[in-house]
Design a protein around this ligand. Structure first.
Ligand SMILES: [Zn+2]
Length: 135
C-alpha cells in the first residue's frame, strides 16, 4: 500500500514537477512557458481514450497506446531537431513523459510492449531497455 502511494506520488511528480525543473535548467529565459509546454505534453495521454478500459493499472502505457510507441518516440525525437525552442520543449516533454511512464511500468513490474509488426508479416521485437537504459 505504501509502495503504491510512493509510486503514484513519484509518477505525478515526474509528470508535473520535473518539467518545471527542466524548463528552468534548459530555457531559463522562458522557463515558465517551457515548463507549461512540457506539462502540456500530458495531452498525449488522450490516446488512453482509444483503449478499453481507458485506464488499467496492470497495463503498461509504453508500447501499448499509439502516442506511447517507439514510432511516437521517434517522431518526438525528430521534433526536437526543428529550429524552435518551443517545439524542443514539447519534444523533451513528450520524451520525458515516456520516460516517466516507463519508470511507472518498471516500478509496477509491468513490461512495455515494444513489438512492432511490419506489413511483410514478420514480427520484429525491439529489445527491452526499460530495465537498464535510463537507470
Ligand atoms: Zn502517458
Amino acid at each position: 500500500m505504501i509502495f503504491e502511494i510512493v509510486r503514484t506520488l513519484l509518477h505525478y511528480s515526474l509528470h508535473f514537477l520535473v518539467p518545471i525543473l527542466l524548463g528552468y535548467l534548459f530555457w531559463r529565459k522562458n522557463w515558465k512557458i517551457a515548463s507549461l509546454l512540457m506539462i502540456g505534453t500530458m495531452a498525449i495521454d488522450i490516446d488512453h481514450l482509444l483503449a478499453t478500459p481507458i485506464f488499467d493499472p496492470n497495463r503498461c502505457s509504453v508500447g501499448f497506446h499509439p502516442l506511447h510507441t517507439v514510432w511516437a518516440a521517434l517522431t518526438y525525437l525528430a521534433i526536437w531537431f526543428l529550429p524552435s525552442w518551443k517545439l524542443k520543449a514539447i519534444a523533451v516533454g513528450c520524451l520525458f513523459h515516456l520516460f516517466t511512464d516507463s519508470i511507472d511500468c518498471y516500478l509496477g513490474g509491468l513490461k512495455p510492449n515494444l513489438t512492432i509488426t511490419m506489413s511483410c508479416d514478420k514480427t520484429h521485437v525491439i529489445p527491452d531497455f526499460s530495465n537498464n537504459i535510463f537507470i
